[in-house]
Design a protein around this ligand. Structure first.
Ligand code: HPA
Length: 236
């Protein structure tokens, strides 16, 4: 595939080896504006803003990934396969499904279970287990400890639905030890596996499906900043 691609307007070489990927493109702009130096904007197609800059002298990119597996599936595929990106770190929010995972905690998604049919494209003779890069997971655990940020490491759910008709689904996933639900990690992990690249999903808990508790906009920003600093620290 030639670059630019249908969805990313960058030329080859304009994107760093590591890309931080929040769902919301305005979060990407926020990170570029407040945490990166020497910033260059490489994408504005569909307002899915992407930037390359430096953090403590390291070259790093940040780009929105959108909501849901099809969206992050497109962007992460193009970044890994057409822009020679080696590492994608999703930074997002999730709803807690576990009594030990509180709002403002940071979840490190070791595995991403899913109700999506995304894996069907690989025609595997069984069920694939989408997992994070061990190297990125261990670096994130270490960086969080150094910053005194409370993390929980484990299995999450990447759901195709935010509004689920089956009201018994949460309890079933919870019974298998799922920590939290979001909508993107499994596609990112599968694309990384197929491209033989590295992926990680860090999540701040914005709400609890068990207690109904949710973060205010201000608290959301604070915990987002914690998570983003872990991601920037481990970018290489
Ligand atoms: N469901 C799916 N994705 C989410 C949620 C949720 O409850 N909270 C934040 N992202």
């Amino acid at each position: 595939m030639q670059t630019p691609t249908p969805h990313i307007g960058a030329k080859l070489g304009e994107i760093a080896k590591t890309v931080l990927m929040p769902g919301d493109p305005l979060r990407a702009k926020f990170i570029a504006d407040n945490f990166l130096e020497d910033v260059f904007q490489f994408n504005s197609i569909r307002n899915m803003f992407g930037y390359t800059g430096t953090y403590k002298g390291k070259r790093v990119s940040v780009m929105g990934g959108g909501m849901g597996m099809p969206s992050i599936g497109i962007y992460s595929y193009e970044l890994f396969n057409f822009y020679n990106v080696d590492n994608i770190i999703r930074i997002g929010t999730a709803g807690s499904m576990n009594e030990n995972v509180k709002v403002r905690d940071v979840v490190i998604a070791l595995g991403a279970s899913t109700n999506s049919n995304y894996a069907a494209q690989y025609c595997l003779p069984g069920t694939f287990a989408p997992i994070a890069s061990y190297e990125l997971v261990s670096a994130a655990v270490k960086a969080a400890k150094e910053k005194n940020i409370n993390t929980v490491v484990g299995n999450i759910l990447s759901s195709d639905t935010f509004y689920c008709a089956d009201k018994t689904a949460t309890e079933k996933w919870r019974s298998m030890g799922i920590l939290a639900v979001e909508m993107e990690a499994a596609a990112l992990y599968m694309n990384a596996a197929q491209a033989r690249k590295n992926a990680l999903c860090l999540l701040t808990i914005s709400d609890s499906l068990l207690t109904g508790e949710s973060l205010s906009a201000e608290e959301r920003q604070l915990s987002f900043t914690d998570m983003m600093e872990i991601a920037l620290e481990i970018a290489k």
